[in-house]
Structures are given as C-alpha cells and as structure tokens.
Design a protein around this ligand. Structure first.
Ligand SMILES: Cc1cc2nc3c(=O)[nH]c(=O)nc-3n(C[C@H](O)[C@H](O)[C@H](O)COP(=O)(O)OP(=O)(O)OC[C@H]3O[C@@H](n4cnc5c(N)ncnc54)[C@H](O)[C@@H]3O)c2cc1C
Length: 377
C-alpha cells in the first residue's frame, strides 16, 4: 500500500474525472467499476457544458459551476494531447429558450441574482433579438437568455477520453467489480474495499463516486449521500444540415449533424425506460422551438437516471469519522468534469487543498433541514 494510493469506486463521469485528476497530480490510482449491470447517467446525458442558472440562492455552487466551465478548454486540450480523443467541445455560449413572458421575467430575475452574486455574464433577448442569433426559432418562441460561458461536448467521448487518460497515466482500471463493502482497517489506518466476488483492494484513501450506489456505500465510512434517481428521456434525430450554431436547453446539434432533443424530468424510481408520452412531449416542444425539425426523422430515444441529491446540489466531503474516505455525488457531471479533475482529484489524493467554503456541500445538510436548499440547482 503506497502512501498516496487512491481507490476510486465508480467509473462514470464523476469517478473517472476525479480519478483522472488524482492520477494527473501524481497519485497511484485504482478505479473500480461495476460494468454492464450499472445504472449509468454518464452514458445517457445531454452533453451540455452549462453554467447559466446554476446556483441560484447558493452562490458557492454558482461560483463552482462558473469556475468549472472556465476550466473546460484547457481540460479538453489536455485530454486530446494525452489520449488523442477530441471530445468535440464547442464553447462559444449557449441559449435558454422561453415560451412566455412569465418564464422570461423569472429567468431574467434569476440570472441577475446569480450575476450579482458571483459574476456569470448573461443577456436577455426578446424574440427579434434571439432570431438574429438563432434564425431557426419558431414564431411561438418568446425569447431567450444567452451566457457566453456555456457550450457542449460529446459526453461519450468524454467518458472514453477519461478512461483512456487514466490508462495513459498508468492507473489501474478494473471493470465488473460490484463493491459491497468498504472497511477502515485499524492497524494500517487504510481501507479495505471488497467486491461481491470476494476480491479485496487496499489503500490509505478511498473515494466513493458510485453515482446512485453511493447511498449504500457512504454510511459504511461515516458519510451520508442520499442520491436519488431521476429519469431523463432524450431523443436524437438523423443527421441534418447545420442550422443551429449554439447549444440550447431544448436541442443541440452535434458536430456530426444529428440533433439531440431534451429532456424529461421524471420521478419513476429505477425505471430507465422510455414512454410514448414523454417522447411525444419532447418532440412537440422541439418542433415549436425549431420548426425545421418537423420533417426530421427520429433515430433513437433513451432514458437514463440522473444522480440527484434532494436539493440538487453535489456532495463533496471527507469523512470526519474515517479520514481518508471521501464522497463525491453530483449532477452536471459533464459541466463539472474539468473542476472534478483539476480540484477534487488532487484534494482527495492529498495532493491539493480542499476548496474554500465547501462545508456547504457536506452530506449532513440533509439531516438538518435548516441547512438544505430546495431546488437550488
Ligand atoms: C438525461 C440526462 C441528461 C443529462 N444532461 C447533462 C448535461 O447536459 N450536462 C451535464 O453536465 N450533466 C448532465 N447530466 C448529468 C450527468 O450525466 C451526471 O451528473 C453524471 O453522469 C453522473 O456521473 P456519475 O459518475 O456520478 O454517475 P453514473 O454515470 O451513474 O456512474 C456511476 C458509476 O458507478 C459505478 N458503480 C455504482 N455502484 C457501484 C458499486 N457498488 N461498485 C462499483 N461501481 C459502482 C457504475 O458502474 C457506474 O459506472 C444528465 C443526466 C441525465 C440522466
């Protein structure tokens, strides 16, 4: 067991980015992942690199999200140079689209509050001004907001690049390991991680980054991570001629031409299937937003489970009872990936400082109703 060794449990976007950052900082890393039986948000998401509207009422989260997206260009470049994988980052800004005045007013007030608190630039645009930037919008669109820091990337290529990067940095990546037990070893003050098949791993530091799996693992090392599933259904069209130069919250055209249409927000437990109702609702809304989509063929629809805490904010924390054990549970795993790699990985590996004021992200907030912020994401 080497002094800086780190075991990361969970090879989705959160665990892989943290493991990558730790390995990049020089830590010997072992990544254990459940493999094909897992629920994986990272393989079903929308690919936005997004800050606008994040952290309303929780300025630390707004600042964290803003910093994370500003890390993205260097992060994508590093992945490209190390692995040869281009994650298709485009970051020239992004649009939210509104359909009525009430929505527009609420949006404007929220973005003004976030900008005032931490400095996230934005513009509110009426229909005519929005149409100048997005000529394809439909007549029923009321307007939109623009944030120049936003963008999008290919989330599957990001996951691939992180795993390739880990291998390039000499990390051990072990698949088909369903971790059932994490135990603190008194004699060595390190941790034993045990898989369902009885195999064990040992290290002085362990990170729980198992998405929905964190809920079961966290109490074993004195942590609290009440991650809940929330289904999002997403559609994708055939490849179309370029008509959308920026990502929006309702549709984004990939660099290959296909258009990803999103997304539902559904509380249906662990069901990651699709439904005709949600597919129809997403398709109708997308056609109202961009009428050119009315003649596009859909080629695929899928459901995936978000990893959401009850207030939508992440949990990042070292265990007070078992120092050396850490937890990371987070939505927005694409947007935050650069920060997970640059800040969280080195912190958890003992090679970087904990970010300031991060006690706001401790899991105990869910045990104390006065500290929890509802719908803050
Ligand atoms: C529909 C949808 C749209 C989204 N859109 C966006 C977006 O546009 N932008 C954005 O930033 N974010 C988006 N997200 C959120 C983003 O996808 C997630 O924040 C991110 O994927 C979470 O990554 P994760 O690694 O925590 O979880 P997961 O991807 O769920 O991965 C968890 C991993 O842990 C492993 N695991 C679980 N239990 C165990 C165990 N016991 N032992 C070993 N391994 C284990 C699993 O094998 C799995 O690989 C979206 C999510 C969804 C569902």
């Amino acid at each position: 067991m080497q002094a800086r060794e780190l075991i990361v449990i969970g090879g989705g976007l959160v665990g892989a980015a943290i493991a990558f950052g730790a390995a990049r900082a020089g830590a010997p890393v072992t990544l254990l992942d459940q493999g094909d039986i897992a629920h994986r948000a990272s393989r079903g998401n929308f690919g936005l690199v997004w800050v606008q509207s994040k952290g309303h009422k929780v300025p630390r989260y707004a600042r964290w999200s803003r910093d994370a997206v500003t890390f993205w260009p260097a992060f994508a470049k590093d992945l490209l140079e190390l692995t040869g994988v281009d994650v298709a980052l485009e970051q020239r800004g992004g649009f939210w689209i509104g359909f009525n005045d009430a929505e527009m007013q609420a949006r404007g007030a929220m973005l003004a509050a976030i900008d005032g608190a931490v400095g996230v630039p934005y513009e509110m645009l009426d229909h005519a001004a929005l149409r100048e930037r997005l000529p394809a919008i439909g007549p029923t669109v009321a307007g939109g907001s623009f944030c120049p820091l936003d963008g999008h990337a290919n989330p599957l290529l990001l996951l691939h690049a992180l795993h390739a990067g880990l291998k390039a940095l000499g990390a051990r990546v072990v698949s088909s390991i369903d971790v059932t037990q994490v135990t603190c070893l008194e004699k060595t003050s390190g941790f034993e991680v045990r898989g369902r098949d009885g195999k064990t791993w040992h290290a002085p530091r362990v990170v729980l980054a198992a998405g929905l799996g964190n809920k079961e693992l966290a109490p074993q090392v004195g942590l609290h991570a009440p991650a809940l599933p929330n289904r999002g259904q997403v559609l994708i069209t055939e490849r179309l001629r370029p008509f959308l130069s920026y990502p929006t919250n309702k549709a984004r055209q990939t660099n290959e031409g296909s258009v990803q249409l999103g997304y539902s927000v559904e509380d249906v437990g662990l069901d990651d299937g699709t439904t005709v109702d949600a597919i129809e609702w997403i398709a109708r809304r997308a056609m109202a937003t961009f009428p050119v989509l009315s003649s596009a063929r859909l080629v695929r629809a899928w459901g995936a489970l978000r990893v959401l805490t009850p207030d939508g904010l992440p949990i990042y924390q070292e265990s007070a009872a078992f120092p050396g054990a850490f937890v990371a549970t987070s939505h927005s795993g694409v947007s935050l990936a650069g920060a997970h790699a640059r800040i969280i990985g080195p912190w958890f590996a003992g090679l970087g400082a904990a970010p300031d004021s991060f006690d706001v992200f401790a899991g105990e907030r869910f045990l104390d109703p006065n500290r929890s912020f509802s719908n803050a994401h």
